[in-house]
Design a protein around this ligand. Sequence first.
Ligand code: AMP
Length: 415
Amino acid sequence: MRFSDLGLQTQLLAILDELGYQAPTPIQQAAIPEVLAGRDVLAGAQTGTGKTAAFALPLIQRYLADEGTSKAIRVLVLTPTRELAQQVHQSFVAYSQGTGMRSVVAYGGASINPQIEALKHGCEVLVATPGRLLELVIKQLIDLSTLQTLVLDEADRMLDMGFIIDIKRILRYLPEERQTLFFSATFNDEVFALKNTLLKDPALIEVAERNTTAAKVEQRIYEVDSHKKAALVAYLIGANNWQQVLIFTRTKQSVDALAKELGKDGITASAVHGDKAQGARERALEAFKTGQVRALVATDVAARGLDIQQLQYVINYELPYNAEDYIHRIGRTGRAGLAGLAVSLVSHKEKYLLEDVEKLTGEHFIPQWVEGFEPNPAAQESAGNTRRKPSKKSLRANALGQTGNKGKAGKRRRR
Ligand code: AMP
């Protein structure tokens, strides 16, 4: 199938040609005609499938067909993190070049003033994280009464991060008559409940089976004692000569410690987590994307929304407490049809987390040992079968790199 078979007009086809997109991905094939027709959409699709273009292209085309409402917000995209917000905004900018359509991005954890300035010039597309959007709405700095389409991107993640109250408050400011596009990589009861309140007779689109891991990603599990993990990461990167590796840990402490350890072993690494200033995160990402550092060590939340072209290797230094994060993590590789390898280092104490991943994905893994890093059987016996799963609250604080008793507002600001 070609993009021209989907009803896209010449101006957009020329832009896609310039970007080197040769054929639509499955989600684009399924979603573009539905969005063009003005239907609500419920899509089970993860990052890396081309979902941004799947909603951005038809929305740009609808704008071109109906320029009457110029410089009034017609599209609102809500995303869980600032990184994803930026990425979606950049995609809109790239796909709408020369059309006159303007996109603005607004997210927390950065000064609101430049965002207010950008909004003063008017825009048709606003990409925002829920907390910052509410701030703008409450201060009456934006008018959402002209909205035509609401997009919830990575809805599961927004719920995981506790944005449900913000989302419900935002909905009160939106016109009832609108198109709603709902994207989620995973579906649980909470996600189902939200989509039921939002969508009217949606087109159901599922490009991969729900709750399954990205296709073409080889998944390997290495059993190893916790204290040998850093050395094993350095060994795997060095011995295999991997040049660009994204490494996930659970806490900001282990992000910093691992980046430091790798540095000592001669592997250049940068670190991103919720405690780093936006500028520092962007510099770290840039250094990784441009190949100045070989490894990027990140927490789940910090890594959300990172779009790194042709990423081949992901290492789970620790398995996530939330099995759904495993799917998101390994979805960073094998992007847009490329092959990828996801390696998980699992200590004896983490075996129950591996079972959770197996339950969710329906996979059955056969753990392997790496020569020289075999787990110590004595350590396994003493570790026993302790299953200490933390509460949802402490999970979220961990993921955001927070400790102590911070208030809700403090938490939100860091996202
Ligand atoms: P997304 O799932 O929207 O984050 O997109 C993942 C990556 O695939 C991005 O880097 C896009 O630029 C790229 N992409 C999206 N659609 C296509 C396509 N039809 N052909 C080639 N690359 C694409």
